[in-house]
Design a protein around this ligand. Structure first.
Ligand SMILES: *Cc1c(COP(=O)(O)O)cnc(C)c1O
Length: 484
């Protein structure tokens, strides 16, 4: 920075408004009721700081405001931008038009109405650790745990924050400073920081890998067992498949081996699949290869671990079911206190479990309604949206066939035929249109494909269609006047 620049900077710095002046500006002042004086003052301060930093960087004068009034506008604009970006990060309902049923960025499984009600009730005082009949303390969430055990045919159940927590707890409780044996074909990364070797490390468990990427035999496990061995583990690969020249021992064989050596058999099944989905109306592709929770319990696993918010269709949770002694040793581990679920999760899980037990899950759990929805029904829904948009001069809408997927690391290669509303605008690009839709309220999340925006209707409820049309119209209006 030469001398003349620094003189210019000092002059310019004098043009910056003070915090109290910015707060008095009408368009900033309007947000006082919503944000409170202190938060707004912090925003104003950081906007002025940002302006000061820009000046001190010595950017060419042509790009920067010069007068006091212009600098005031500059700061007010900065504040408006920050308010808008805070707003877009706030948790809010969205339309899932992505065609991915369990979307990790959208909180995976949407909850059943009865689960929402249960959560709403549990939000007040609730007997999460109390038997109201005897007035005595009860095991936390025991009602939920009993339902889970009943549903899965297990002796006992436990709930933690998520399946990653269940894995860490299972390894820490059974295998701390001792070895757990696992096939090399299962040392997976599930995504979002869940990498098996690192999970072992964080739990203080020693990883003993056996076999090869494609072929692992029972004898590989037998040969690896020593006095240091604590457990045998099977992990579902979840989001990819190994096909062709490959083999792995059956869970039953591994569980038998574990039992004969007094080791713990841990089965991380991940998705929490309870059904074989043979009766899905429009599935294409192969049959379901997802491990079944009840089958794992029957095969003799001591601990079966799965997520609450994948194919179970409930709230985020790690569910552990299995033999009473093995589950009890996890329940009494010191880590349990750090991983225990809150009352809302326990309430939502109990209600969801009840729907599986009663057989009502197909109609009541949104994930299952979407899975079992006929493609012709989705096509009709798209038709309704398209005719509601007829005559709109800013966007063109039509119905196209698409492929939906289950997502959330479950059922890879499993394709659900679906339909989408295809939107194009003559004024703006498909990417810009997708952005407008995302910025509408509620936000509409779509897919951009072959020069158009696709809103897959499989995950959008009929009762939400009017709102969706309204939001699309608003987004269309923001694209400017009708094409010439
Ligand atoms: C998804 C998954 C996990 C992680 O589950 P979260 O509930 O997301 O923590 C762990 N193991 C397997 C096999 C999975 O599929």
């Amino acid at each position: 920075m030469d001398d003349s620049t620094s003189v210019r900077s000092t002059d310019t710095l004098r043009c910056l408004p003070a915090v109290h002046e910015v707060l008095k500006h009408p368009s900033v002042n309007a947000s006082t009721a919503l944000l409170g004086q202190d938060s707004l003052a912090n925003l104003a301060r950081s906007a002025i700081d940002a302006a000061r930093a820009t000046i001190l960087k010595g950017e060419t004068a042509a790009q920067l405001p010069t007068t006091r009034a212009e600098w005031m506008d500059y700061c007010v604009r900065q504040i408006a931008q920050r308010l808008a970006s805070n707003d877009s990060l706030a948790l809010q309902p969205v339309f899932n038009g992505t065609g991915v049923l369990l979307h990790t960025n959208l909180g995976r499984a949407p909850l059943a109405p009865s689960a929402k009600e249960a959560i709403d009730q549990a939000a007040g005082y609730v007997n999460v650790e109390l038997d109201v009949q005897s007035g005595r303390r009860a095991r936390r969430g025991i009602h939920t745990l009993n339902l889970l055990a009943e549903l899965t045919g297990a002796e006992s159940a436990l709930v933690v924050n998520n399946c990653a927590a269940a894995t860490v707890l299972a390894l820490a409780a059974t295998s701390s400073n001792r070895e757990t044996v696992i096939s090399r074909s299962q040392l997976v990364e599930i995504g979002g920081g869940f990498r098996l070797p690192e999970v072992f490390q964080s739990a203080g468990a020693l990883l003993r890998e056996v076999g090869t990427t494609n072929r692992t035999y029972l004898r590989d496990f037998e040969n690896a067992l020593t006095d240091e061995t604590a457990a045998i583990m099977r992990v579902h690969r979840s989001n990819f498949e190994i096909n062709g020249f490959c083999t792995e021992p059956a869970l039953g064989e591994l569980a038998e081996l574990a039992a004969s050596r007094r080791l713990t058999m841990i089965d991380d099944v991940g998705s929490g699949c309870l059904y074989d989905f043979q009766d899905l109306p429009d599935r294409v592709g192969k049959s379901v290869t997802e491990p079944n929770v009840r089958a794992s319990v029957r095969a003799g696993a001591d601990l079966v671990l799965f997520s609450g918010d994948k194919l179970f269709g409930g709230p985020q949770a790690g569910i552990i079911v299995g033999k009473a002694a093995a589950v009890a040793s996890l329940a009494s581990h010191p880590l349990m206190r750090a991983l225990r679920p809150d009352k809302l999760t326990l309430a939502g899980l109990a209600a969801t479990t009840q729907l599986h037990l009663s057989g009502e899950f197909r109609d009541a759990i949104p994930l299952y309604r979407q899975l079992y929805r006929n493609k012709s029904d989705v096509e009709t829904a798209c038709g309704r949206i398209v005719s509601s948009l007829e005559g709109n001069r800013k966007i063109r809408a039509s119905v196209v066939s698409t492929s939906a997927s289950v997502g959330g690391g479950t059922l890879p290669g499993f394709v659900l035929p679906s339909f989408a509303v295809r939107l194009t605008s003559e004024r703006i690009s498909e990417a810009a249109l997708a952005e407008r839709l995302r910025r509408s309220r509620p936000a509409i999340l779509s897919r951009v494909e072959s020069e158009a925006v696709l809103i897959d209707m499989r995950c959008i409820d009929e009762s939400d269609e009017d709102n969706l049309v309204h939001a699309i119209r608003n987004a269309a209006d923001s694209t400017g006047g009708a094409p010439a």
